[in-house]
Design a protein around this ligand. Structure first.
Ligand SMILES: [Zn+2]
Length: 432
């Protein structure tokens, strides 16, 4: 009896199985064993159940289930049908981790009693985070998923995503096709589980650019809008860079990737500026060459590294413009090293540019910071100088207009007197 079927897992017609759907196998003329009523169910990070039935219900020598998350290694399990020819396969996802948001392919390999072998077509399901009741909004550029908030929130995220995309494209013009998918978690704990499950396959941060899916956690509350304006553009930048670089994404220097992502944020963390100033004054800046492979793990150094990367990329963008920044990124995608790619694309060494950045961008920051830190003293100075000068002014006015009507109180003392010293500018206006 011939049992062979030519269906190979990935070249055969692919049943479009969904996570909870049922896919039936198309029978081929040479098939004498078939697999039907194939169904996959899962709960993220908990359990995966795959059911199927073989027809006819003939004895098997061996049976195997193969499954493979997109981009991961193939796993195989020995399986046994029950007396009715049904498979009911339970996979403990806490032990056999599948990265979330991947497409999982699976297929059956059966060995009949006579030794003939049969490989079923391949089925798939998308392994999504089904712990929450996700709501969705989408347009031509984005698909936004969130839970625990209303449609207004979803629209706000969608609007922020568009503004974020524009912000990214001002630095480096990357197209958003196909649509970018964002999952917005309501808190860091919920997201943490997803990150933990994905820890083996995700390189950094909250993003899994490999999947074309961005993950952010935005808590309800006063900071919600600012958090969205910070996180959403950051993740979009990662995703677009990954789409462009593909498998060479890992070759992009960490300072460039995180710098572009951080510089794209619509709301910049004000502590970045403080961290930079502190590092400049204490001579603790991290050499950019040390940020090529990765950013430091230590939280305070990591924060500084993000601040530096954002500042350096912003400076670089100002200096060389969008096209040459794109050429620089392309040189890294092409496989050149961190220093080598820089020199080749920009005709200047990374070290030289870093020195220029330290001189021009950071010293300016420092000067501005020093000015801001002196503002209280300026205010004090204004008061200290204001009183005697006011007295002096009044004295002069009185002396000059002796005998005439006194209008000296029409102006406040400090306004009247300080303007004479060329200090009429309100120092606070420079910080607003
Ligand atoms: Zn990042």
């Amino acid at each position: 009896m011939a049992l062979a079927l030519m269906a190979s897992p990935f070249s055969s017609e692919m049943a479009s199985g969904t996570a909870r759907g049922t896919a039936s196998v198309t029978s081929l003329s040479t098939t004498v064993i078939d697999v039907v009523e194939v169904e996959a169910r899962y709960q993220l990070g908990d359990a995966l159940q795959i059911q199927a039935r073989i027809i006819p219900n003939a004895p098997l020598a061996e049976a195997f289930l193969f499954y493979q998350a997109d981009g991961a290694t193939t796993e195989v399990l020995s399986i046994t049908p029950d007396s009715r020819g049904r498979f009911d396969i339970q996979i403990d996802l806490s032990q056999h981790t599948i990265p979330p948001f991947t497409r999982v392919f699976y297929w059956f390999h059966l060995v009949a009693g006579e030794g003939e072998e049969f490989t079923s077509p391949s089925y798939w399901f998308d392994y999504l985070d089904n712990r929450f009741e996700w709501q969705s909004l989408e347009d031509e550029a984005f698909r936004i998923h969130w839970y625990g908030e209303d449609m207004v929130f979803g629209q706000t995220i969608l609007n922020t995503a568009h503004a974020g995309l524009k912000s990214v494209q001002e630095i480096i013009p990357l197209p958003p096709n196909p649509p970018i998918v964002l999952y917005v978690y309501a808190n860091a704990n919920d997201l943490q589980t997803t990150r933990r499950l994905a820890s083996n396959s995700w390189a950094a941060g909250y993003t899994n650019p490999d999947l074309g899916v961005g993950l952010v956690s935005i808590r309800p509350g006063n900071e919600q809008k600012l958090e969205a304006e910070r996180q959403v553009p950051h993740e979009i930048a990662h995703l677009l860079l990954y789409r462009w670089a593909g498998t060479n994404y890992a070759n992009l220097p960490a300072w460039l990737v995180e710098g572009i992502a951080s510089a794209s944020e619509l709301y910049t963390d004000p502590d970045y500026d403080r961290a930079l100033r502190s590092a400049v004054t204490t001579d603790q800046l991290i050499p950019t060459g040390d940020l090529c492979q990765s950013l430091p793990q230590d939280p305070s150094r990591s924060f500084l590294a993000y601040a530096q990367s954002a500042s350096f990329v912003r400076f670089l963008h100002q200096q060389v413009g969008t096209n040459r920044l794109q050429a620089l990124t392309q040189s890294y995608i092409g496989g050149l090293g961190c220093e080598e790619g820089f020199q080749q694309a920009l005709q200047v060494s990374l070290n030289q540019m870093e020195n220029q950045w330290r001189r021009e961008a950071l010293s300016q920051n420092l000067a501005a910071a020093s000015f801001r830190s002196l503002l209280p003293y300026f205010a004090l100075l204004a008061i200290v100088l204001g009183v005697p000068l006011m007295t002096l002014s009044l004295f002069k006015i009185k002396a000059k207009n002796r005998g005439s009507t006194n209008h000296g109180h029409q102006n406040t003392p400090s306004q009247g007197s300080l303007s004479q010293d060329g200090l009429s500018q309100d120092p606070h206006s420079k910080t607003q």
